[in-house]
Design a protein. Structure first.
Length: 214
């Protein structure tokens, strides 16, 4: 059984603790509510209170209350870029030209005062910029009336048909190779360079075609 002296000691300690807690201060009153965190739709408001000491000092920790708020106003929708289109076809086989691709600000479209997409709606680069062959100074257009000659698209030059699709530019506009080569990079005809590997592949395919026909 606990004696009275022990109980008196416990009560005395509790009184000391209570007095000490009172000296540490307590939470102050709630501050004013903040404005809503958004200008449209659902957001939040908050208010704070701080721990205050009896001597007027304020502790550096805060208790915050957060409540949902709603602003009855249609929100702006900012624009987003859609997918790029494919690259346009390169219009030349040599000499260089621009190919382009475009995109729309429709994913989503800006509305209700929303911002238009940042960045460019188009993109471009130079395709087939290899130097075009020159028409020989001794070239005679009358030679083009021969069935063995290939008339270049410009109709200003012709080359032997045996030079067509040989992986080299022979026409002054390079059109003797149009439609003959594999598209290289982003779906457009890249500048043609002589390639022994491609020449071998072409020869093998020709032989296989002849064997198949036979």
């Amino acid at each position: 059984m606990v004696g009275w002296p022990v109980l008196y000691s416990v009560i005395a300690l509790l009184l000391v603790d209570i007095t000490t807690c009172d000296n540490l201060g307590g939470w102050g009153g709630w501050g004013p509510w903040s404005s809503c965190s958004v200008t449209c739709g659902f957001g939040s408001i908050r208010r704070n209170k701080q721990w205050e000491y009896p001597d007027g000092r304020v502790a550096n920790y805060t208790l915050t209350k957060i409540v949902e708020c709603f602003i009855n106003r249609t929100c702006p929708v900012h624009g987003g870029w859609g997918m790029w289109t494919g690259w346009t076809r390169c219009p030349v086989m040599c000499g260089g030209a621009n190919v382009t691709r475009t995109r729309l600000c429709d994913a989503p479209e800006p509305s209700n005062g929303g911002k238009f997409c940042n960045g460019s709606a188009s993109d471009s680069f130079i395709c087939n910029n290899a130097t075009c062959p020159e028409i020989p100074t001794d070239f005679d257009m009358r030679s083009c009336f021969n069935d063995s000659m290939f008339l270049c698209e410009s109709r200003e030059h012709c080359v032997p048909k045996t030079l067509r699709c040989d992986f080299e530019l022979n026409c002054h506009d390079g059109t003797d190779e149009r439609g003959c080569i594999i598209s290289l990079g982003m779906g457009i005809n890249s500048s043609i360079q002589k390639s022994k590997f491609l020449a071998v592949i072409f020869t093998l395919l020709t032989l296989l075609e002849k064997l198949f026909i036979i």
